[in-house]
Design a protein around this ligand. Structure first.
Ligand code: ADP
Ligand code: MG
Length: 142
């Protein structure tokens, strides 16, 4: 387990870039925290760091559920399960097929459906401690 702290949105993006550099070719990464904690901001940093997207091209998948990003050498997904209430709905998304790919899979609100997640995953917990300060806890499971 590792603890970090960021003091601005840009620092969270920068931390995401450092996390991206440490990820194996295939990883499921849960982004955990309340609304506004910085999950999508962290996703932006990771996706930029992977080289699959520019910051301004990353938008929240709250309504679209799954966004796919690709570069010549890497594949990444950004998923938001906030709007889904039942495991049955999530099962319909075909996540297993995505988990089988050589890809980085970032998931917001995925902790609500633990039975649908691979045991091996990185959990990133973001906690707001003031307007701009976030505690960030990184933990590999499995
Ligand atoms: P979530 O996806 O968890 O709902 P977002 O990343 O969409 O959160 O929004 C986080 C909000 O908090 C943004 O408005 C961002 O500017 C603000 N913010 C302030 N400080 C930070 C920080 N240190 N890290 C990330 N976001 C921050
Ligand atoms: Mg979000």
């Amino acid at each position: 387990m590792r603890m970090e702290r960021t003091h601005t949105e840009d620092e969270t993006i920068e931390l995401g870039g450092r996390i991206a550099a440490e990820l194996p070719p295939r990883a499921v990464v849960l982004l955990i925290g309340n609304l506004g904690a910085g999950k999508t901001t962290m996703a932006k940093g990771i996706l930029q760091g992977l080289g699959v997207a520019k910051l301004e091209d990353v938008t929240s998948p709250t309504f679209t559920l799954i966004h796919e990003y690709e570069s010549a050498s890497r594949l990444a997904y950004h998923i938001d399960l906030y709007r889904l209430d039942e495991a049955r709905q999530v099962a319909g998304l075909g996540l297993d097929e995505i988990f089988d790919r050589e890809a980085i899979v970032l998931i917001e609100w995925g902790e609500r459906f633990p039975e649908l997640l691979p045991a091996r995953r990185l959990e990133i917990r973001l906690e707001s401690t003031s307007d701009d300060q976030r505690n960030v806890q990184l933990q590999w499971l499995g």
